[in-house]
Design a binder for this molecule. Structure first.
Ligand code: NAD
Length: 377
């Protein structure tokens, strides 16, 4: 590919997407590396960033065709529509959260167009890539927002309050899945004054739960996943474990007021953790927030972006939780992309040059073909 120095930032077009893949801060920093930034007019509006903000940071602001014309790198939060990319340079990079399993036809279209698509959610979980990890930065905010949304829907207060009119007891919150989102959900629920318990299949999370002042609730009769799990990720559990987990959840969930579920398995539908029968044992007025809603949900009956009431329990889940905090979510997402590009920026080449470890992990297409092992399997 020619020297990649012209970087385009598009307005996100997916319904409900409010984020933007570059901010005035990252525009300035990328310009300082030697890149020319072109931003589509209106790209930042839903994240409270105006065209003028981008222009004063050094970007040219124009319509979509002018923005992509001659681009060597196109940045996005989600996968841009291949039809918008006709004017980019040959072999241009598409750097975004590409949802490779969910949006396969877009990936195939990037391949046919000879583009090099880089899926930022495939970033390996290694120390040097932590600052480039969009899953972590967005999950952290999602975990926070899930608790706020649940608290807002709940008809009671979280903290114990002793008032002249009597005492209000503390809310009991249960967090299922203690990855990045779950840890932030625990911390947020604690800050609001709830009594918090949490569960996971990875044994390493027990200590993390305790360190946040919450109570670990774990299957003890069947072995879970030792330590962190592979690359910090869980795998699908065996039948025996699932049965023991269902029994454990049944005995615990009936006493909970708020349940936040966050359990995910990469490349697979979200595991079903809460059944309708279990919901029926909960107190009326309880609230469940299902952060796995976009991946099919951990909770039976979840409908993304709707409040569903079952047995007096409200079930909520957004199809895109980080999009409910557009300014901070964009700021962190944009920094992830900047950290990625700058870590590989080669002064002589005038643009980023990837190494094998990260390049091979995130590269989906090159030279007209799908090249990623996870998509070829
Ligand atoms: P995730 O979003 O893939 O899953 C969320 C949580 O659900 C995980 O903790 C997982 O173990 C849990 N889970 C899966 N199936 C479950 C089930 N059936 N029942 C209960 N829980 C279940 O995970 P994540 O938030 O992306 O992070 C997982 C780990 O990876 C964390 O420990 C995190 O610290 C680590 N991590 C490391 C890096 C890095 O080193 N660069 C970056 C990000 C995350």
């Amino acid at each position: 590919m020619s020297t990649p120095r012209r970087i385009a930032v598009l307005t996100e077009r997916a319904p409900g997407e409010t984020r933007v893949s570059a901010t005035p801060e990252t525009v300035k920093k990328l310009t300082a590396l030697g890149a020319q930034l072109a931003v589509e007019s209106g790209a930042g509006v839903s994240a409270s960033i105006s065209d003028e903000d981008y222009a004063s940071a050094g970007a040219s602001v124009a319509d979509v065709a002018q923005t992509v014309a001659g681009a060597d790198i196109v940045l996005g939060v989600q996968a841009p529509d291949p039809a918008l990319l006709a004017g980019v340079n040959s072999g241009a990079w598409i750097v975004a959260g590409l949802d490779p399993f969910g949006k396969r036809e877009r990936i195939d279209a990037y391949a046919s167009a000879g583009l090099e698509a880089l899926a930022m959610e495939f970033m390996p979980r290694i120390t040097r890539a932590q600052s480039m990890d969009i899953l972590s930065s967005q999950s952290n905010l999602a975990g926070y927002k899930a608790v706020l949304a649940a608290a807002d829907t709940y008809g009671r207060a979280f903290p114990m309050m002793m008032t002249a009119a009597g005492t209000i007891s503390a809310t009991k919150a249960f967090v299922m899945g203690v990855g990045v989102a779950g840890l932030q959900a625990i911390a947020t629920a604690r800050r609001l004054g709830a009594q918090v318990s949490a569960t996971d299949v990875r044994s390493a999370t027990k200590e993390q739960i305790l360190s946040l002042g919450a109570k670990p609730i774990f299957v003890e009769s069947v072995a879970g996943i030792e330590g962190e799990g592979s690359g910090g990720y869980a795998t699908e559990m065996g039948e025996e474990y699932q049965k023991a987990q269902a029994e454990l959840v049944s005995s615990h969930i009936a006493k909970q007021d708020i349940v936040i579920t966050t359990a995910l398995i990469p490349g697979r539908p979200a595991p079903r953790l809460v059944t309708d029968a279990q919901i029926a044992t909960m107190k009326a007025g309880s609230v469940i927030f299902d952060l796995a809603a976009p991946q099919g949900g951990n909770v039976e009956g979840t409908v993304a972006d709707q409040v569903v009431e079952r047995h007096g329990v409200k079930i909520i889940g957004y199809s895109n939780t980080p999009a409910h905090l557009p300014a901070d979510a964009s700021a962190l997402f944009a920094r992830n992309l900047f950290n990625f590009l700058s870590a590989f920026w080669d002064k002589e080449a005038g643009g980023p040059v990837l190494d094998e470890e990260i390049g091979d992990a995130i590269r989906l297409t090159k030279g007209g073909k799908i090249v990623n092992a996870r998509l070829l399997d």
